[in-house]
Design a protein around this ligand. Structure first.
Ligand code: UDP
Length: 245
C-alpha cells in the first residue's frame, strides 16, 4: 500500500495517508522522549521492536473480541491502521503502584493496589501538559460522553485481562499501561495508538527487573536489550517457566 502525505509526526510515530481514505500507515521511530519532551534520545531498533510487539498484541486482542485499529503489517517499522477520530482522553490502567501514582498517593513503587486495576484519565492537551482528570473534569470538558467513558473503561479492563495474562505466561508483570481510543467511520469505539514498552511498564516476574521505557527515563542502561527481551518473549509461545532460560 503506498504512502501519501505525512499527516502527523509525534515523538515516537509518524502517520501517513494512503490511497484509501479509511486506511492510514503508522511508522514507529527510534526516537524517544520523556518528562513531557524535556528528555530526548534514541533507542536503537525501537521502531521495529514496537511495531512487532504492537502488531502481536493487537492481533491477540482482536482474537479476544476487542476492536483495534490494526489492519496488518506494512514494513518492519510500520503497520496499516484504520482511520479513527481520537478521543481527547488517555486511559492509564494500573495493576501495581509505579511512576506518577507512587508520587501521587505516597505508596512505594511495587506496592500492591487494594482493588486492581486502578484506572486513570488524562487530558490529551499539550499546552496543559496532559493533566490527570477527575470524573467531574471529564463531564465539564465534555471530551467523552458518559457512554463512551463506560464503554472505553470496560474495553480497557478487557485489554488488561487479555494482555496481562499473555505477559504473565511469558514471565512479565504488566505493571501499568496507557491506551488511546477513537471512533471509526461507523461510530464504533476502537483501540488505537500502540501497546509497547514505550507505553507499558513491564517487570520480569522473577527478578522484578524493569524491561520498559523506565530504563530510558531513569538512565538505567540496557534499554535496547530490555526492548529486545520483551520482543523475544512476546514472539515466543507462552511457557510457565522463564527462570531457567
Ligand atoms: N504513559 C504513556 N504516555 C504518557 C504517559 C504515560 O505511555 O504520556 C504510560 C507509561 O509508560 C506508564 C503508564 O502510562 O506505563 C503510567 O505512566 P505514569 O502516569 O506513571 O507516568 P510516568 O511516571 O511514566 O511519567
Amino acid at each position: 500500500m503506498s504512502r501519501l502525505e505525512k499527516l502527523y509526526e509525534g515523538k515516537a510515530k509518524i502517520v501517513y495517508a494512503t490511497d484509501d481514505p479509511d486506511v492510514y500507515i503508522q511508522d514507529f521511530k527510534d526516537s524517544a522522549t520523556a518528562f513531557d519532551g524535556t528528555k530526548r534520545g534514541t533507542i536503537l531498533a525501537k521502531g521495529q521492536t514496537n511495531n512487532a510487539i504492537s502488531a502481536r498484541l493487537f492481533t491477540l486482542l482482536s482474537e479476544a473480541g476487542v476492536r483495534t485499529h490494526f489492519l496488518g503489517l506494512d514494513s518492519d517499522t510500520a503497520m496499516r491502521i484504520r482511520r479513527l477520530e481520537m478521543l481527547k482522553v488517555e486511559f492509564v490502567v494500573r495493576n501495581v503502584v509505579a511512576g506518577s501514582l507512587a508520587n501521587r498517593i505516597g505508596y512505594p513503587e511495587g506496592a500492591a493496589l487494594k482493588k486492581p486495576p486502578l484506572i486513570e484519565y488524562y487530558y490529551k492537551d499539550d499546552a496543559l501538559h496532559d493533566p490527570l482528570l477527575c470524573l467531574g473534569h471529564l463531564e465539564e470538558l465534555g471530551v467523552v460522553t458518559p457512554e463512551e467513558l463506560s464503554e472505553a473503561t470496560a474495553m480497557a479492563r478487557k485489554v488488561n485481562q487479555v494482555i496481562g495474562g499473555f505477559f504473565a505466561d511469558r514471565g512479565l508483570i504488566l505493571v501499568d499501561f496507557k491506551l488511546e481510543f477513537g471512533r471509526d467511520r461507523d461510530g464504533n469505539l476502537v483501540l488505537g495508538d500502540e501497546i509497547s514498552p514505550d507505553t507499558c511498564r513491564l517487570w520480569d516476574a522473577e527478578t522484578k527487573e524493569k524491561l520498559d521505557k523506565d530504563r530510558f527515563r531513569r538512565d538505567l542502561g540496557g534499554v535496547e536489550d530490555a526492548y529486545a527481551e520483551v520482543l523475544r518473549r512476546v514472539l515466543a509461545g507462552g511457557t510457565p517457566d522463564w527462570a531457567g532460560d
